[in-house]
Design a protein around this ligand. Sequence first.
Ligand code: GLA
Length: 388
Amino acid sequence: MLHPIITQARDAFESVFEGQADVTLQAPGRVNLIGEHTDYNEGFVFPAAIDRWAIVAARSRVDSRVRIYSAMHEEVAEFRTDDVLEAQGSWADYPKGVVREFQKLGHSLCGFDAAIVGNVPMGAGLSSSAAVEMAVGKGMVMLNRIEISGPDLALLGQRAENHFVGVNCGIMDQFISANGRAGHALFLDCRGLSFELVPLFGDDVQIVICNSGVTRGLTDSAYNDRRSACENGVSLLTRAMGEDIKALRDVSMEILDVYGGALSETVLKRCRHVITENERTQRAVALLKDGDLSGFGQLMVASHESLRDDYEVSGKELDLLVEIALNVPGVFGARMTGAGFGGCTVNIVERDAVPALTDAINEQYPRTTGLTPEIYVCSAVNGAELVE
Ligand code: GLA
């Protein structure tokens, strides 16, 4: 049976543009299980694609005109595939940025009409924008019969976001949205982009995402600030050691212990998070492969503490969600996920314990924060693909 949002996207297409779409594409949002703020340090991440998607229903045109309807914004954006495209600071920058990147590769592109519908919550740290980029990207690939690999499509989406939208993100979100696999998380080495799909737990264990209801204010400047602290750490350590270090990926805790005196206290903390998080992520993947969910969960908690204390990107709401969850029997691990400063936590939970977790969050979280949490019990799904 078709998921209702597929039908919704096709219906939206028909009512806005008349006639039927030629192709429908779906690209998922993501949750990161562990490996946070490591991607732009050439480190390791371990996200899964979740069963929340951006859907694009599209039809090619004989001219170069592009009309894109966003159901989320109830608006049509128009441009041409042979225009010199410029960002306007609106939702349309995401699809436009993707078209721009295909232009830069030298493809001559047909025009198209498209409707975009989505159910990845926006501004919640679950990568709704990467999902839109990958669904539009996959649509362009189908309509123009372009050959491009999943990793290259992800890089194209990241370039659109970095250069066109103007958000300095790493590669994780687009990569998992393009390359995820049902029932698996993806262990990605962000240096060189080699990856391994690792089977997740069986049916008895679930991924539960709790949305704090705090949308990420000031994210971009705080995110960029963390990136600069890491770059600063790399250049100061290079100088102190007299050796060329490319990224924090190359630094161990032993090195940091010896040369950390060259860094300011804040930069030292930021570097410590990244270095320990890279270690935790590699260990966590090994534990998961051994079926050690308790060990995996403990590393998730250690990751949260490091993000809270050393990287300082959590917040009292996310901390509270983690604290509540860890008091519920049957919860293996809980941590903030994504960039932080609001957004969501991710919890690994025994299936039978999901109702107890939901009750505990719904009872305790609003009492302290006055906010209404949202809870999504998720499964891991495939990356961007054509819907038959
Ligand atoms: C955002 C970015 C990612 C990554 C995470 C933090 O989601 O888009 O590239 O840096 O934050 O792990």
